[in-house]
Write a protein that binds this ligand. Sequence first.
Ligand SMILES: Nc1ncnc2c1ncn2[C@@H]1O[C@H](COP(=O)(O)OP(=O)(O)OP(=O)(O)O)[C@@H](O)[C@H]1O
Length: 410
Amino acid sequence: MTTITPTTFMSSSSPSLNRFTSISRTGFISYPTPFKKDKLDAIFSSSIVTLSIKRKQSRKMFKVRSTMAPVETTAEFEEMVSGTQRKYYMLGGKGGVGKTSCAASLAVKFANNGHPTLVVSTDPAHSLSDSFAQDLTGGTLVPVEGPLAPLFALEINPDKAREEFRDVSQKNGGTGVKDFMDGMGLGMLADQLGELKLGELLDTPPPGLDEALAISKVIQFLESQEYNMFTRIVFDTAPTGHTLRLLSLPDFLDASIGKILKLRQKISSATSAIKSVFGQDGPRPDASDKLEKLRERMIKVRELFRDTNSTEFVIVTIPTVMAISESSRLRASLTKESVPVKRLIVNQILPPSASDCKFCAIKRKDQTRAIEMIQNDPELSSLLLVQAPLVDVEIRGVPALQFLGDMIWK
Ligand SMILES: Nc1ncnc2c1ncn2[C@@H]1O[C@H](COP(=O)(O)OP(=O)(O)OP(=O)(O)O)[C@@H](O)[C@H]1O
């Protein structure tokens, strides 16, 4: 294991590495990266001024980390990275636990291991741009500089996705069709529209709709030839509540869209005769196709979540009683919905220190207790428990994500 001092980074001419210098304020960072050694050598060889090996300290760090929770396991990254068939990883958990940092670091690690990778934020409050320290807004795929294989990032614009949905739905079953039917004197059919609660759905979208639309948008992207190359797709999902509602949402939307389409059929047969007399247009067929496509994608979203061969939901948590309780409930819900879960990342674990202050000692005890809670939790104890240390500054930019990723994804 090589330890690189702050001096190393400061002497680098690369701006992204310079950004990373701040990460090692407290003295050292460790780099257990055999697979990337060549690349790192190339990056650092011209600029290394001092290479201070603090083996003792880093050994101590990992020793104490492993004594915190005897059940600590590795993420079995080899299994995650093997094979060239496309795999989806969805990272989710309570707000602020480090989902984005873990998702971004996993994406960087996949790309560094040769997988053309796409990382997508489906959280309406995006933080991927902040995490990569790069502007990724705009709802299109943006290349991320740095990793060995292509890495692209996508922040789905929820407003745009919702607008699109509203647009096609209204043309097929919302106010557009309702007005049309009212005009035709088909009051009874118009009443049926009320049952669909479509107006409600469009005006006050249920939590999770953004997420479902975002995922369906990604599926739409991936259907095109252009994006065939991606072999790993990492989703940075919205906090737990959204995720849980999202799981049932595709069913709900599928049913709603199904009803709209059925209704549309009824309308078109009921009105075809009237149309021939009055020469008025019915709902446009292209909009109907769009709705059918949206429905198909919703079905794909639902299937994707439950496909054990290609998809895995990774729960990210922190060592507090509240976060772990929420993770336990999340796991239970995911199990109920047949969503495959294998790994649990416990992020922000206090690193050991030779001179422990009272606050840190108490905090560490609390964290140890919380980790024990996982071991005794029926929902969580069977998962691969991966511990990630709390570092003393924000994780921003590819080198920093690479650093974090090398600690988590082993
Ligand atoms: N292991 C860590 N050590 C230190 N800081 C961390 C660690 N993991 C995450 N952070 C910091 O915590 C903050 C929240 O992290 P992040 O944005 O990844 O969480 P999130 O779960 O995606 O949040 P949200 O639910 O708000 O989207 C960021 O400032 C991030 O840099």
